[in-house]
Design a protein around this ligand. Structure first.
Ligand code: ATP
Ligand code: MG
Ligand code: FE
Length: 333
C-alpha cells in the first residue's frame, strides 16, 4: 500500500510517501512569512499553503521515486489546526482522490504525533505517550492502535506555547522553543527556581503561571538588558528545567498508574534536549523502554501523517468525501 501523506494544519506545508517498505520521502515547506509578526497569521498561512502544496506533493513523489498513479491512498490532516490551513490540505486531497480514484484517509494530527514513533521504531503496546506540542500537552494511555485513553492534559498553556511566550519575553525570535533549547545548553539550570505548577495533581498541567513569573522576574530589574546579556543562557536553562521537571514527573506518575513498560515522547517539544535527557534517565530508573522520534519527526511533518494513514489503511479506517476539518481536538470525538 503506497500512501501519500499531506500536512497543512498550521504553518508547514508538508508531503511524504510511505509504503510497505517504509518511509520513501518527507518534504517540508516552512512559511517564513510569519517571522516578522512573531507568530502565525492564519490568513497568510492558508494562502502560502495554497501556493506551495502542489509543488510540495510533486517533490515528495519525485524524491520517493513513485509516480502519482502508483499511490493507493491519500492521508491528510483533518484536525486539529487552523481552519483555513486545514481546508487547503483537505480540499487538495479530496481533489486528488476524486480525479485519480484514490482512497481518502482523514488523520488526527495529535494521533500522528504519537505514531511518528513508528517511523523508525516499533513501540510495544500498551504504552504511555507524553504528547507535548505548540497547542497541546497530554498524557495518553495507548492500549493498542487507535485505542487511546486521555489521562490528563494542560488546563491552560501548552508546553510549547510556554516556551514560545517566554522566549518572546526574553526577546528571542519565533518559534522560541528551539532558541531557548540552544541557549540553555550553555546555562545553569539551577540559576533560578521558577515555579513548577500543579505537582500535587497527577496528570494535569498548567504552564501559564510560569510565563507570568518570568515576566515579573525580569520586570523587577532595572538592569534588565545587561542582566540578560550576561545571564540569558542561565535563564533559558532554568526555564527549561521548570518545564521539563514537571513533564517528566507526570510521565512518571502515568507509568506508575498504568503499569506500562513502554513510554514515548511526541510533538515539537519532544525535540527539546533537556526533556529527552531527563526522560531517558527517568525511564531507565523505571525500567521502561523509551521511544522518541528523531528530530525531523517531532515538529510538524507529513511523514507522521503518512505512517498513521498507512496504519489506518491496514485497519480499513477510510474516509469518504464528506470528510470535514475540525479546529479543536474536542470536535474529533
Ligand atoms: P499542535 O501539534 O498542538 O497542533 P503545533 O503543530 O504547532 O501544535 P508542533 O509542530 O508539534 O506544534 O511543535 C511546535 C512547538 O514545539 C513550538 O511551540 C516550538 O517552540 C516547540 N519546539 C520545537 N523544538 C523545540 C525544542 N528544541 N525545545 C523546546 N520546544 C521546542
Ligand atoms: Mg510550525
Ligand atoms: Fe503539531
Amino acid at each position: 500500500m503506497n500512501i501519500l501523506g499531506i500536512e497543512s494544519s498550521c504553518d508547514e506545508t508538508a508531503a511524504a510517501v510511505y509504503t510497505g517498505n517504509g518511509l520513501r520521502s518527507n518534504v517540508i515547506a516552512s512559511q517564513a512569512v510569519h517571522e516578522q509578526y512573531g507568530g502565525v497569521v492564519p490568513e497568510l498561512a492558508s494562502r502560502a499553503h495554497h501556493k506551495t502544496i502542489w509543488a510540495t506533493v510533486q517533490q515528495s513523489l519525485e524524491e520517493a521515486g513513485i509516480s502519482l498513479d502508483r499511490i493507493d491512498a491519500v492521508a491528510v490532516t483533518q484536525g486539529p489546526g487552523l481552519m483555513g490551513s486545514l481546508l487547503v490540505g483537505l480540499c487538495f486531497a479530496k481533489g486528488l482522490c476524486l480525479s485519480r480514484g484514490f482512497s481518502l484517509i482523514g488523520v488526527n494530527h495529535m494521533d500522528a504525533h504519537i505514531y511518528a514513533n513508528f517511523i523508525d521504531d516499533e513501540p510495544e503496546y500498551p504504552f504511555v505517550s507524553l504528547t507535548v506540542s505548540g497547542g497541546h500537552t497530554q498524557l495518553v494511555h495507548v492500549l493498542g492502535p487507535f485505542d487511546h485513553i486521555l489521562l490528563g492534559e494542560t488546563r491552560d498553556d501548552a508546553a510549547g506555547e510556554a516556551f514560545d511566550k517566554i522566549g518572546k519575553i526574553l526577546g528571542l525570535p519565533y518559534p522560541a522553543g528551539p532558541e531557548i533549547d540552544k541557549h540553555a545548553k550553555g546555562g545553569d539550570p539551577q540559576f533560578h527556581d521558577f515555579p513548577q505548577a500543579m505537582l500535587d495533581n497527577r496528570f494535569e498541567f498548567s504552564f501559564s503561571g510560569l510565563k507570568t513569573s518570568v515576566m515579573y522576574y525580569l520586570e523587577d530589574r532595572e538592569d534588565r538588558e545587561s542582566f540578560l546579556a550576561e545571564h540569558l543562557s542561565d535563564v533559558c536553562a532554568s526555564v527549561s528545567r521548570a518545564i521539563t521537571e514537571v513533564l517528566v514527573k507526570k510521565l512518571e506518575n502515568a507509568i506508575e498508574h498504568t503499569g506500562v513498560h513502554t513510554v514515548v515522547l511526541a510533538g515539537g517539544v519532544s525535540a527539546n534536549s533537556m526533556l529527552r535527557a531527563r526522560a531517558r534517565q527517568m525511564a531507565g530508573e523505571k525500567n521502561c523502554q523509551l521511544h522518541i522520534p528523531r528530530l525531523a519527526y517531532c515538529t510538524d511533518n507529513a511523514a507522521m501523517i503518512a505512517v498513521t494513514g498507512y496504519m489506518m489503511g491496514q485497519r480499513g479506517m477510510y474516509s469518504d468525501m464528506n470528510l470535514k476539518p475540525y479546529a479543536n481536538l474536542a470536535e474529533s470525538r
